[in-house]
Design a protein around this ligand. Structure first.
Ligand code: LA6
Ligand code: MN
Ligand code: MN
Ligand code: MN
Ligand code: MN
Length: 586
């Protein structure tokens, strides 16, 4: 039941509500009687007309995978052993070494060989990349591949390694090596700000590949690889999505032992996702939010998909289950602030959240009682489980992160109500918080394999810039994908509109500008990630943060809203979560 049952007007079509946010307003006041007569003024609520979920509870619970059990584990064990034996054989040849590492990473199985890969990269670095004398005169392809794989792991390799490549390529007699150009192109995306040599490399390799892609045989793997890279560079791609693509593209050509392992591992890890998803779907059903808060997006499976993008490792099960709850709560509360709630209600919701005070929920309308109590219970339970499992009391951190989020939502709701268009900077200073990534990543601090309080506190301290840049990537990509719908239904101006307003740019120009900010943000992120590389225990968290940025570019690919529109994500969900990869016929 609603707080004011007779006075609520639901608008099914995109209607902007600008008035009527006072629940009661004096109708008339008579001095003679000092009596004030109140009448309920209709509350006009917007509606987003979200499409229903494509994934029913019963359907999710009915799914199963055959890739569980000891037989499969035993096969993976022996395939892993066989792959480990391949490593010493490639050691004498640095290019073969790097190609093997690259393949293991792209196939999604490198997590089985962390120690071996570290060892190989250390060796390659020491022998070929540590000093200028070593890399001077080195083959371009080897340089490019080495640079990418080493910088990704935080080894110091300067951009000057490419100081002469442009000149050399311009003077090549005969055909230019496309594979080398492709590796150079991919390497250039590991750049930091103000690395103009790498900017140049990116420009001329992209130009070359665009001009030459059509000359490559369309049925060849090289053509797939080049056109894939031109769509989005490898460094920006979500590892699990890439693994699926890479396995399917190279199924018949890569070493069959490696491929057997990759396929089996993918399918077995996918079976774990299914268990995580079924748990999450039971939790979601128990909240009853899909029924009680039916004006919000019902996106449980999409919310789960984000978590697989953030961390695909089998050991991250609890992390995926927890983050799915976090994402579902965010998606719901975001709609309460952006679409359904009145400013007065939102102010109260924010206050109750700040004080984390269950006694105050009496003041909230019924729909918000459900929302706040469900939210409060879930976060408290997450904190409780952490306390009993690790002894660490994390509720104060979680509370702070959620409070910051709700405050940033309220800022935007006020901007919308007052018709204020902030400057782009003002918008982004709030918008990187209101996109929820800092709240998601705060939870991540307690979900990776860090064990001591000291490590976790150090992680929070050293990664605040990483969190900021990853959040900014999410905000910018989200605005490119969602702002058209948002503005049409009535919402605060997003980065595109703020930039248009302050610069007089057209929408297309503003979109390109936002794209350029994405490139710039990646460079800042790369630098920060490199700076924490020496701290081994931070790596899983840093990967989560970076993958969140990648996931945003995936979900909002080509400016489509893959989070809000279920039909856009359907094939991705089938591919990553539900359909196994066909095994090789041996
Ligand atoms: C996007 O919605 C949304 F819900 C997010 C919070 C994006 C990331 C979400 C996860 C991982 P919308 P807004 C749950 O585009 O209002 O409405 O901030 O977000 O632009
Ligand atoms: Mn929103
Ligand atoms: Mn919002
Ligand atoms: Mn808004
Ligand atoms: Mn949005």
């Amino acid at each position: 039941m609603c707080f004011f049952p007779c006075s609520i007007i639901h608008h099914k079509n995109h209607v902007n509500a600008t008035k009527g946010f006072n629940d009661f307003k004096p109708l008339s006041s008579s001095k003679s009687t000092s009596m004030v007569v109140y009448a309920a003024e209709p509350i006009v609520r917007r509606s987003a007309n979200y499409e229903p979920s494509l994934w029913s509870f019963d359907h999710i619970q009915s799914l199963s995978s055959k890739y569980t059990g000891e037989d499969y584990k035993a096969r993976v064990y022996s395939l892993k052993k066989a792959v480990k034996m391949m490593i010493p054989k490639v050691v004498p040849n640095p290019l073969n070494c790097l190609e093997l590492v690259d393949n293991l990473q792209r196939l999604g199985v490198s997590y089985h060989f962390e120690e071996e890969i570290n060892h190989v990269l250390d060796m390659i670095y020491g022998n070929y990349f540590e000093t200028r004398e070593q890399w001077n005169g080195m083959d371009m392809n080897l340089k490019a591949l080495g640079f990418r794989l080493l910088r990704k792991r935080g080894y110091h390799v300067p951009q000057e390694i490419f100081g002469d490549v442009k000149h050399k390529i311009e003077n090549v007699q005969g055909d230019i090596d496309v594979v080398g150009m492709l590796n150079l192109y991919e390497a250039s995306y590991l750049s930091f700000e103000n690395e103009i040599i790498l900017d140049g490399v990116r420009d001329f390799t992209a130009k070359f590949l665009k001009e030459n892609v059509d000359k490559i045989d369309r049925k060849s793997h090289l053509w797939s690889l080049v056109s894939h890279a031109l769509e989005l560079p490898l460094h920006w791609r979500v590892p699990r999505v890439e693994a699926k693509w890479f396995i399917e593209t190279y199924k018949e050509t890569i070493n069959p032992t490696l491929m057997d392992l990759a396929i089996l591992d993918f399918n077995m890890v996918q079976a774990i996702y299914l268990q995580d998803l079924k748990y999450s779907s039971r939790w979601w059903r128990n909240t009853c939010w899909d029924k009680k808060l039916s004006f919000c997006r019902d996106r449980l499976v999409e919310n789960f998909l984000w978590t697989v993008g953030v961390n695909y490792l089998p050991k991250f099960s609890l992390g995926r289950k927890t983050l799915t709850k976090v994402n579902a709560i965010i998606t719901t509360i975001d709609d309460v602030y952006d679409v359904y709630g009145t400013l007065n209600e939102l102010q109260k919701f924010t206050d109750v959240t700040i004080r984390w005070n269950i006694n105050e929920i009496e003041e909230l309308p019924d729909y918000m009682k459900i929302c706040f109590l469900g939210f409060h219970n879930t976060i408290n339970e997450i904190a409780y489980d952490n306390l009993t499992n690790t002894g660490l009391h994390i509720l104060p951190y979680l509370k702070n992160a959620w409070t910051d989020l709700c405050k940033s939502y309220l800022v935007e709701a006020k901007w919308y109500q007052s018709g204020h268009t902030p400057t782009l900077q003002e918008y982004l200073d709030n918008g990187y918080i209101s996109i929820s990534a800092p709240a998601i990543l705060m939870h991540c601090n307690f979900l990776t394999s860090m064990t001591s309080t000291q490590e976790i506190l150090q992680c929070m301290e050293r990664t605040d810039n990483i969190v900021r840049y990853s959040s900014l990537l999410l905000r910018l990509a989200d605005d490119l994908g969602t702002s058209s719908d948002e503005i049409a239904r009535g919402d605060n101006p997003k980065s595109i509109q703020c930039y248009m307003n302050e610069s007089g740019a057209t929408e297309d120009e503003a979109r390109s500008y936002i794209q350029s900010l994405i490139i710039k943000t990646w460079k800042k992120l790369n630098k920060e990630v490199a700076s924490v590389a020496p701290y081994q225990h931070l790596q899983e968290f840093v990967d989560c943060a970076t993958n969140l940025g990648r996931m945003a570019q995936f979900m909002y690919d080509e400016g489509d809203d893959g989070h809000g529109r279920p039909t856009i994500s359907k094939s991705r969900i089938l591919s990553l979560l539900l359909n196994p990869i066909q095994e090789l016929q041996n």
